[in-house]
Ligand binder design. Structure first.
Ligand SMILES: Nc1ncnc2c1ncn2[C@@H]1O[C@H](COP(=O)(O)OP(=O)(O)OP(=O)(O)O)[C@@H](O)[C@H]1O
Ligand SMILES: [Mg+2]
Length: 248
């Protein structure tokens, strides 16, 4: 179920080593090439990318260049065709994926909202969280205000047949999930795409709070997001990265 993938926790094909935490160890894509099984063309061609503990890296590049594919590989939904992903020097393929995924909060390009209450949706990656912690996470994500304005507040049913949510509202619920999950590595895929200026600003401020003390890979177009990153990695259509090392 897609909703579960968004809060990756279940065991999949995986190795046996316990991976280091990205809070302590660098995560490295080392000469990673990748082709989807259905298409022979390489989407990524010997990509090198480092995520050091605590830094925010913006991954930018034209549509279709493979940015979301990088996120998918980091989450362990597929393995590199060549090259490897290492965490503190351990090959991710040798590590337990369930343990690894617990260290990651992923806000996908199109967050899934399942049918249920807003509170339940926010708790997707932390089912035992208290009401207070759920509300705190929503507040940090800039979602609390719109939620409380609803007649049933956090108990409002959303998802299939429920109250419709705008793109910005969905994003903020997905960000609240990430806050509540409190993982050391956060992957944000186009967090402000399709948002109007005001919503994008709310989300950008939420990301500033989310960054603190975490490692963040932020796939982004908007200059106001990219500007705040510690480092910017450009993926170009050749699949190679041009890395600008100076602060963005
Ligand atoms: N499941 C899949 N099977 C086959 N090809 C895929 C699959 N997912 C993505 N692709 C292809 O891989 C390439 C990279 O896709 P990806 O989604 O990683 O790009 P992106 O940089 O995230 O683009 P965007 O900015 O539009 O989100 C594209 O050519 C895309 O069509
Ligand atoms: Mg994408």
């Amino acid at each position: 179920m897609l909703a579960q993938l968004e809060a990756p926790a279940s065991a999949a094909r995986s190795g046996r080593l316990v991976p280091f935490s990205p809070a302590e160890a660098p995560v490295r894509l080392e000469a990673v090439s990748f082709a989807y099984p259905s298409r022979p063309r390489l989407v990524l061609d010997r990509l090198d990318l480092d995520l050091l503990p605590g830094e925010t890296v913006a991954l930018v590049g034209p549509s279709g260049v493979g940015k979301s594919t990088v996120a998918m590989l980091l989450l362990g939904f597929a393995e590199p065709t060549e090259g490897c992903i290492t965490v503190g020097g351990l090959n991710l393929s040798d590590c337990r994926l369930d343990v690894w995924r617990r260290q990651i909060a992923w806000v996908p390009q199109r967050p899934t909202i399942f049918r249920g209450t807003i509170a339940g949706n926010i708790r997707l990656g932390a089912p035992k969280a208290s009401d207070q912690r759920t509300r705190d996470a929503a507040m940090l994500a800039g979602a609390d205000r719109f939620i409380r304005a609803l007649p049933l507040g956090y108990e409002t049913v959303v998802g299939d047949g429920g109250r419709p949510l705008s793109t910005g509202e969905r994003r903020r619920i997905a960000l609240a999930r990430a806050f509540l999950r409190d993982a050391p590595l956060v992957i944000l895929d186009e967090p402000t795409a399709d948002l109007d200026r005001t919503s994008a600003d709310v989300v950008a401020e939420a990301i500033e709070r989310l960054r603190a003390g975490r490692t963040v890979l932020m796939i982004a177009h908007r200059p106001e997001l990219v500007r705040r990153a510690d480092r910017v990695v450009y993926l170009d259509t050749g699949g190679t990265a041009l890395i600008r090392n100076e602060a963005a």
